[in-house]
Design a protein around this ligand. Sequence first.
Ligand SMILES: N[C@@H](CCC(=O)N[C@@H](CS)C(=O)NCC(=O)O)C(=O)O
Length: 226
Amino acid sequence: MITLHGFAASNYYNLVKHVLLYKQVPFEEHLVYGGSEELMALNPAGKVPVITTPEGHNISESSVICDFIEQTYPSIALYPEDATERAVVKQIMKVAELYLELPSRRFIPYALSGTDIPDSVKNEVRQVLNRGVMALRHLCKFSPWLRGEQFTMADIYVYYVNTIVNSFATKQLDWDVLADIPGMKQWEEAMRQSDITQAVEDARQANLPEFMQKVTAQIQAAHASK
Ligand SMILES: N[C@@H](CCC(=O)N[C@@H](CS)C(=O)NCC(=O)O)C(=O)O
């Protein structure tokens, strides 16, 4: 059986969990946090999620894990058969990660430590987000799913990217970034209705207090060592 390592407050962890649940792949969860030796032994980059395959191999990087799961468990397909269409699905995932997720994440350290964000950082992030918005406006159909009739890996991936955009970029920039992509808000609402999304969200809420305790302890330790 696959073991999914990480913590439920992580959107990257949750997107992989959503994929496993959607594809009805049996798995067990193993709680491990960033900054622990246990995680470093599983993934020397110190990031979650990691999966351990039934054969005992550790694989990390969420998009790589998504590909591995699809190839190993091909029933209930999440990538289109057509090569060009499959490339577009992967393009959407890549664009969402590079131009929406990663710039939005620049604000997390400021939000957690309660420090002001320099205007230069805000301007830089705004520009990168704008690339993401322009690209997704062009690539997403929302009819009803991102690429049309077939529900794909991109639907799951973008949903969890959006949680970071909504929690950090929208607040800090006072710009409802995703509202600038026509159809995105209605699609998000449809995604939110699924039983899987709700189960993943319940687990996230349950993990948040412990996760925040860990983060606060790490921030205090960093201050104390200065
Ligand atoms: N590129 C990685 C990013 C994963 C990532 O940033 N995970 C965060 C949690 S959401 C993490 O492990 N943070 C712990 C740390 O940085 O110490 C992926 O796609 O899996």
